[in-house]
Structures are given as C-alpha cells and as structure tokens.
Design a protein around this ligand. Structure first.
Ligand code: SF4
Length: 61
C-alpha cells in the first residue's frame, strides 16, 4: 500500500528520506513526499520503521 505523508505535520527533518530513499524524497518545499510508483511492498519493513521513527507522526501506511 502506498504510504502517505501529511504535509501539515511534516517538519522536513529528512529522516524518512534517509532511511528509505527508494520510497521517500524531500521536495523543493522542504517536506517529504512519497515517490510515485515505488515498489512499496518490497520496502514494507523499512516504511514501517520510517512511520515509527517520524518525530511528528506525519507518515501513515
Ligand atoms: S520523518 Fe516525518 S517529519 Fe521527517 S521528513 Fe519524513 S515525514 Fe517529514
């Protein structure tokens, strides 16, 4: 399932993009974005870790 980043909560710390650069990228506005069409199933464990590590709980999956 495609994870979602809540842009209102994201503080742009970059942790998700560094933990799982195959799925998360930092956009020009400094917030995290989910890469469209990434293989979310293949990175499910790392996505879960990013969800749990996000300091503002901005990621849902
Ligand atoms: S870990 Fe959370 S706060 Fe940090 S960039 Fe990712 S979504 Fe934003």
């Amino acid at each position: 399932m495609k994870p979602q980043v809540n842009g209102d909560l994201c503080i742009g710390c970059g942790m998700c993009a560094s933990m799982c650069p195959e799925v998360f990228i930092m956009s020009d506005d400094g917030k995290a974005e989910v890469i469209a069409g990434a293989n979310y199933a293949a990175f499910a464990d790392t996505i879960k870790e990013a969800v749990e590590s996000c300091p503002t709980k901005a990621i849902s999956a």
